[in-house]
Design a protein around this ligand. Structure first.
Ligand code: FES
Ligand SMILES: [Fe+2]
Length: 328
């Protein structure tokens, strides 16, 4: 995982009036909402004697441990030790490690790293998905490292094989391009043309018309958010949520804005989910077998022109990792 990044970790609806415990980025975490409804996140371990705070409750807007009733505020400060009395002394060391969070677009981001900058800029989202869109969503667990799941969604070579019976029908095995560009510092942008093999060599990225860039393409925002820009009105969005080194939760959404009536729009978006899940499972079957589990720059794979988006992903990931913890 790359430190010092905003990761999508949950959907808003998963954090309600009770604390929730989940594993994200290899750590057990507890999420809850404070009195203003803001999402809070902390290490899911009471500093008193190690109980999971996610099994506790919200009491007077504080997170209350179920074991001895110690209470913590949204900054992680212990505000009550019942055994010491309401006016009793609270040891300074009784402090929960918290994480910065951000909520928008029905998603919860968590900033994972250290030290936390005094001024954190909020995470990026796709500015071409606005309030006119409605979406349906689902989650899907994969026994794979999140980097492999991401690379699969940047893999433009696999379609006629993995998705032979669905989106890869037609045997268009030859890969022209792909073109890979950066939109700002965090967003990778790529498009490709797959065609029947007529014996001609694949076109180089520089031979593709820039006009094509306006049509179907992929956008990926580091470290874990992706969309397939199918048209101005239809998108597939995915967040690749790292659970631990071998497990990823895929948060999948189907966005549309051709139907503007909200209820009908939601219904259409929901109807699209089973098909999206079927396609994801075609991918999952293959990706979960990849060795080594995690991707990297030097893992001995022999890549081809069609793998350009994956190469670019690996380069940037390594650069960000190096930035967060420089190698001597
Ligand atoms: S373990 Fe949490 S209050 Fe004692
Ligand atoms: Fe796929």
């Amino acid at each position: 995982m790359i430190r010092n990044q905003w990761y999508v970790v949950l959907e808003s609806g998963e954090v309600g009036s009770q604390p929730v415990g989940v594993t994200r980025l290899g750590e057990k975490m507890v999420f809850w909402r404070d009195e203003q409804g803001r999402v809070c996140a902390a290490v899911d371990r009471c500093p008193h004697r190690g109980v999971a705070l996610s099994t506790g409750a919200i009491h007077a807007s504080h997170l209350q441990c179920p074991f001895h009733g110690f209470e913590y505020d949204s900054t992680g400060r212990c505000v009550l030790v019942p055994a010491n009395g309401r006016t009793g002394v609270i040891p300074n060391a009784l402090r929960l490690q918290t994480y910065p969070t951000h909520e928008d677009h029905g998603l919860v981001w968590l900033w994972w790293g250290s030290p936390v900058p005094a001024r954190l800029t909020p995470p990026e989202f796709f500015d071409n998905i606005d309030g006119t869109f409605t979406y349906g969503s689902t989650r899907d667990p994969w026994d794979a490292h999140y980097s492999r799941v991401i690379e699969n969604q940047l893999d433009v070579v696999h379609l006629p094989f993995v998705h032979r019976k669905t989106i890869g029908r037609g045997n268009r095995t030859l890969v022209d391009g792909p073109v890979v560009e950066w939109k700002g510092d965090k967003m990778l942008y790529t498009y490709v043309f797959n065609r029947l093999d007529d014996g001609s060599p694949p076109r180089k990225p520089s031979e593709l018309s820039p006009k094509a860039a306006a049509s179907v393409h992929l956008e990926f925002i580091f470290p874990n958010l992706w969309q397939n820009y199918i048209s101005d009105n239809v998108r597939i969005l995915a967040a690749f949520v790292p659970v631990d080194a071998e497990h990823t939760l895929l948060y999948l959404r189907f966005y549309q804005n051709f139907m503007r009536l909200p209820l009908l729009g939601k219904w259409i978006a929901r109807l699209a989910m089973p098909m999206n899940l079927r396609i994801a499972h075609e991918d999952r079957r293959v990706v979960t077998t990849q060795q080594p589990k995690a991707s990297g720059l030097k893992i001995g794979e022999i890549l081809i022109q069609g793998d350009l988006p994956i190469i670019e992903y690996r380069r940037k990931r390594a650069a960000l990792q190096n930035q967060a913890s420089p190698q001597p």
